[in-house]
Design a protein around this ligand. Structure first.
Ligand code: NAI
Ligand code: MG
Length: 351
């Protein structure tokens, strides 16, 4: 089979880690007889330098015409002076919107070999952790009205509107239930239904839908409790589904209990299996060009691409298995190394 991938290397360590992920995809292609075709396009700071805009139309078109997008990271101090609408980070919002990416998947995984890098006690982690956070990405308070008004008495008031419609909740809940039925069969839906109407609708719709998924167990949790349970008893969770803002906060919290940001992949999915795959971390300008970046987050993002867009689960398992063996054999990049460990560079890790 042939698969067309748009590649957006981005800035800083982006091109370095993306290069290693492509190396891994090519190894999979050889072993399993697939052809991966790459179209490399610019976004973020690299596009500002080349074209004077962070998200050229040609980049959007190339992404739309591909089966999936592999992205490094964008931004860096070099573009700090660039005005708001053209900032490198805007390229990400623009791409999400243009590509209709409404489901953000962020696994929070702890490989057993790295459990001592987590700030949580070994007794809580008991050998590892595997949570999948499914965050709604195109609705909620980030896309509601944002208003700042001045009163006649000179006071100033600002408000932002949290808004969700039944169809938006249905499609993200469907993603979560389907993921859970292929994993450990549990969905925790996170909301603030004791206070917010939008959350009461969220809870109602998700609960109604759960009857279509007899093999998946649903529990509903308030977001403040979920924030506590992630630290107290993270093993409670399999799939967490939540709105845009709660998902933003909880996924950052969950990333920290795993130890290193250099290990965490992500996917953003649209209808019809189309997806954009990228590491959770940024462009790490402090280590760019030094062969220190950990490419595993990007390599695991490529594994998610194989699994979720191309339906190649055996191939995805093979990539994840290779990462496990790399760790089990004692290889460590600098960000996950303990004192006295030999350090592997970006390129050696990809090899
Ligand atoms: P960052 O994630 O780039 O770096 C935070 C820290 O983690 C740094 O010390 C960095 O060296 C380290 N780090 C990150 N990835 C690593 C890896 N793969 N291996 C080893 N160490 C790694 O976040 P920061 O410094 O806040 O942002 C830098 C730039 O990246 C900014 O311009 C920011 O806007 C942008 N950014 C872009 C994102 C994206 O494109 N999705 C996401 C987050 C930040
Ligand atoms: Mg965030």
């Amino acid at each position: 089979m042939k698969y067309n991938i748009a590649v957006v290397p981005g800035d800083g360590i982006g091109p370095e880690v993306v290069g290693e992920a492509i190396k891994v995809l090519n190894a999979i292609g050889q072993k399993y007889n697939h052809q991966f075709n790459y179209t490399t396009v610019l976004a973020g700071g690299a596009a500002i330098d080349e074209y004077g805009e962070c998200l050229p139309e040609a980049t959007v078109e190339a992404c739309k015409n591909s089966d999936a997008v592999l992205l490094g990271a964008v931004g860096g101090p070099k573009w700090d002076h660039v005005p708001g609408p053209q900032r490198p980070e805007r390229a990400l919002l623009g791409l999400r919107k243009a590509l209709g990416l409404y489901a953000n998947l962020r696994p929070a995984m702890i490989f057993q070999e790295l459990a001592d890098a987590s700030p949580l006690k070994p007794s809580i982690l008991d050998g590892g952790l595997d949570i999948l956070i499914v965050r709604e990405l195109t609705g909620g308070i980030y896309f509601g009205e944002h208003v700042t008004e001045s009163g006649e008495d000179g006071s100033v008031t600002a408000y932002d509107v949290e808004k969700y419609s039944d169809y938006e909740i249905q499609r993200i809940a469907r993603t979560a239930f389907e993921m859970a039925s292929k994993r450990n069969g549990r969905v925790t839906s996170v909301d603030k239904a004791n206070v917010l109407d939008s959350s009461r609708l969220w809870r109602k719709i998700v609960s109604e839908m759960s009857s279509d998924y007899g093999d998946v167990e649903l529990d509903n949790m308030y977001v403040d409790n979920a924030a506590m349970q992630l630290i107290r008893d993270p093993k409670h969770f399999d799939v967490i589904v939540t709105g845009n803002m709660f998902g933003d906060i909880l996924s950052d919290e969950a990333s920290q209990i795993t130890g290193s940001i250099g290990m965490l992949p992500s996917a953003s999915l649209a209808d019809g299996n189309f997806g954009m795959y990228e590491p959770v971390h940024g462009s790490a300008p402090d280590i760019a060009g030094t062969d220190k970046a950990n490419p595993i987050a990007t390599i695991l993002s490529a594994a998610m691409m194989l699994r979720y867009t191309f339906n190649l689960s055996e191939e995805a398992d093979a990539v994840e298995g290779a990462v496990r063996r790399f760790l089990a054999d004692g290889f460590r990049t600098a960000d996950i190394a303990g004192t006295g460990d030999a350090i592997s560079g970006t390129v050696e890790t990809g090899d």
